[in-house]
Write a protein that binds this ligand. Structure first.
Ligand code: HEC
Length: 158
């Protein structure tokens, strides 16, 4: 055993070998940077595409999303279905009970859009239209009933 056993031999690289490795390393790094740049560009492109797709949706869809996702997610209205008067009633409730900021024509546009996009089944439709009809007819019926009684009462007088 002599001192030569403690001296590094194979591990020491020649100058050329070191330079070659360095070059290889730099190439690899450049390649990785290029890949990262490409991935970034691709992500940006997809984002822009998605934004363009969302912006190209019809106006009522965008208006509904803008006005009706302030307080809760879209799931609330995407999982409900109503007739036109039913949706108007929901929107008016949002407006007057929950203080949703809405204009009159927006109530109308959103109501029409939702009643087309989320219509109810037949029995719900029947009930909602029936309730609407009753509500509209109620004052006339009351008026008729009141005046009829009054007339009958007057006729009985001598
Ligand atoms: C100012 C906040 C606010 C805004 C804006 C708002 N909502 Fe709501 N919404 C609520 C709250 C609070 C509830 C839960 C309590 C309730 O039902 O009133 C709710 C519940 C709902 C529900 C579930 C209850 C039900 O009746 O089926 C639906 C559907 C709904 N909202 C639709 C809408 C639509 C459509 C719009 C857009 C016109 C809208 N919301 C905008 C606050 C809001």
């Amino acid at each position: 055993m002599d001192v030569s056993e403690y001296q590094a031999t194979g591990a020491v690289r020649s100058r050329q070998e070191t330079e070659r490795l360095q070059k290889e390393f730099e190439q690899q790094r450049a390649l990785e940077e290029e890949r990262a740049r490409q991935a970034e560009a691709e992500a940006a492109r997809q984002l822009a595409e998605e934004a363009a797709r969302r912006a190209a949706r019809p106006w009522p869809v965008r208006l509904t999303e803008a006005r009706c996702t302030l307080c809760h997610s879209a799931t609330n209205y995407e999982t409900s279905s109503h007739t036109l008067p039913g949706w108007i009633a929901v929107i008016l409730r949002m407006r007057y009970f929950n203080m949703a900021p809405l204009e009159w024509e927006e109530t109308w546009i959103i109501g029409r859009h939702l009643s087309k996009a989320r219509p109810p089944d037949a029995s719900t439709a029947l009930f909602e239209w029936g309730a609407t009809g009753t509500l509209i007819a109620a004052p006339f019926l009351l008026y008729y009933w009141a005046t009829r009684r009054h007339r009958r009462f007057r006729k009985k007088e001598p």
